[in-house]
Design a binder for this molecule. Structure first.
Ligand code: ADP
Length: 515
């Protein structure tokens, strides 16, 4: 899983996209609602105007039917009944209309069978809002002049969409097919000259339902910016961005937690693998420690076998070879005991009070004896500076193990330099009344500065096939004996391992492992 911090622009973009989408849906819905409200108002206006137009036809039809005389029809009566009727004209038999256009309208009406409008000129229609209808009749024909502005009482007229007095007004017009149009004023005479800019714009266009007055009612409306659902839009942005950011943070926290868990599991796995490795290496370490005494046992018993096979058998030499084998076998057993004590603290460990006074010089010589083969092979003659009376308070096998490891390491180091330069010095001195210091100095290549801090760490090794357990084991053994082990660079080159142990207060006992 990718645990890198996730860039902020992703949720930001997603939030913006979501906010835009929600806003678009909100606006579309708002537009649909406004359209419906607008069309409701426009239909009301259309229905009112259509009713009036039909009423004009009815009035004319009644006049023709009754053949009302001119004065009666002239309308005081009609004008008071119908506010929009400005005048009534009558053409009796043999009379002529005052305007040929009226006669032309009558001709059309005779052909169509219903009243016809005098073709409105721009001046009368668009400027004055006047319209004249002619209905042929026998013996007399009639004409009505209508004031378009008064067709509908104000109280019934739909002025706006919605109830708010601040809502933008509707703009309406009657338009003759392709001809002049009359911008319908409100009944009070107020024109709506311009519509607000911005917002939604709607248009409604429909023929009046009267054959004599074939006009379109055109209704236009701009809702204006103030009609937009600003609060809803704001809320949609806040909610969209907020929810996307919230989800993003949740996802991020969840991923971080999953990553932590994954690491913890990996560490657990690594720990298990490391423990298995350590176990394997420990086993190899034990083999390493046992290899030397077992090889010596083998060599001694083989030598004894050869000596016994001689004629006559070399009994004395064979006996001492067997005694060497016994010593090495004991050493192997003690090494195992040490290792067990290291691996399982609290088991059968030789305690500090089991430590005895051990003479240092014989212990070093014994360790060198064990390595005699290697010393010969490398042509190394160790220089010893070991004052005889020096003795340490320690367990003999512990001391032997430490010495054996330090000397083996020194010999390993000397393999890297030419035979003429192979020098090994072992010296011991009292350090105050309570401590003895033993220094194993080889003039090999030494330890590079960068590796010195790791020298005593378990499994640190630079040697092919090395285990890196020798020095860490020696340090532990020295500490358990109440002493210490540390490294110093040798001059001009090489390594010094300084072993410090408590000085013995009693006289040393003869070596217990020597039969
Ligand atoms: P191993 O011998 O298995 O490598 P040790 O714990 O005995 O394990 O030694 C660890 C490392 O310390 C060696 O690999 C080597 O690099 C370094 N070392 C130990 N003794 C010496 C020495 N006398 N001279 C130079 N390097 C040494």
């Amino acid at each position: 899983m990718d645990a890198r911090p996730q860039p902020l622009w992703r949720p930001l973009l997603l939030g913006l996209a979501l906010a835009l989408l929600v806003s678009a849906l909100l606006l579309l819905r708002d537009r649909a609602v406004q359209r419906e409200a607008f069309e409701t108002q426009a239909r009301i206006a259309h229905r009112l105007l259509s009713q009036q137009a039909v009423q004009h036809e009815a009035i004319l039809g009644t006049l023709v039917l009754l053949q009302a005389d001119h004065d009666a029809a002239a309308g005081q009566g009609l004008s008071t009944l119908f506010a929009q009727i400005l005048s009534v004209d009558r053409r009796g038999p043999g009379e002529a209309w005052p305007d040929p256009a009226w006669a032309e309208a009558e001709d059309r009406a005779t052909r169509s069978g219903h009243a016809e409008a005098v073709t409105p000129d721009t001046d009368a229609f668009s400027n004055a809002g006047r319209l004249r209808l002619v209905q042929p009749g026998k013996p007399a024909s009639y004409a009505l002049q209508i004031d378009l502005a008064r067709m509908v009482p104000r109280a019934e007229w739909p002025e706006r969409v919605g109830d708010s007095p601040d809502a933008p007004p509707l703009r309406m017009a009657l338009q003759v097919d392709g001809g002049p149009s009359w911008a319908l004023p409100l009944p009070a005479g107020t024109h709506v000259d311009s519509l607000p800019s911005g917002g939604w714009s709607f248009e409604f266009r429909k023929h009046l339902a009267a054959a004599s007055q074939p006009f379109d009612l055109v209704v236009r409306w701009h809702s204006g910016w103030s009609g937009w659902p600003w609060w809803g839009l704001l809320a949609s942005w806040v909610l969209s961005l907020g929810s996307v950011f919230g989800l993003w943070r949740l996802r991020r926290d969840w991923q971080a937690q999953a990553e932590r868990q994954r690491r913890a599991e990996a560490q657990l796995r690594f720990g298990q693998v490391a423990r298995l490795n350590a176990l394997g290496e420990l086993a190899a370490g034990i083999a390493h420690e046992l290899n030397q005494p077992l090889t010596a046992v083998l060599a001694s018993t083989q030598a004894a076998g050869r000596l016994l096979a001689e004629d006559p058998p070399e009994l004395d030499d064979a006996r001492s070879a067997m005694q060497r084998a016994v010593r090495q076998a004991r050493r192997a057993s003690e090494v195992l005991q040490r290792l067990r004590a290291l691996v399982r603290p609290g088991s059968d460990v030789p305690a500090a009070d089991e430590a005895a006074a051990v003479a240092l010089a014989p212990a070093v010589r014994h360790a060198l004896d064990l390595l005699a083969g290697d010393l010969d092979r490398l042509a190394v003659q160790p220089a010893l500076d070991l004052p005889e009376p020096l003795a340490v308070q320690a367990d003999a096998v512990t001391l032997e193990q430490i010495l054996h490891n330090l000397l083996s390491n020194a010999l390993q180091a000397l393999t890297q330099v030419p035979p003429a330069e192979r020098r090994l010095v072992i010296s011991a001195h009292a350090r105050g009344p309570d401590a003895i210091e033993l220094r194993v100095t080889d003039h090999g290549l030494g330890v590079p500065e960068a590796q010195r801090a790791q020298l005593f760490e378990p499994f640190f090794t630079t040697r092919d096939g090395g285990l890196g357990l020798g020095l860490s084991l020696c340090e532990t053994l020295a500490a358990s004996a109440g002493g210490s082990l540390h490294f110093e660079p040798a001059e001009p080159r090489g390594a010094v391992f300084v072993l410090r142990l408590p000085a013995s207060v009693t006289a040393p006992q003869p070596r217990s492992t020597t039969p």
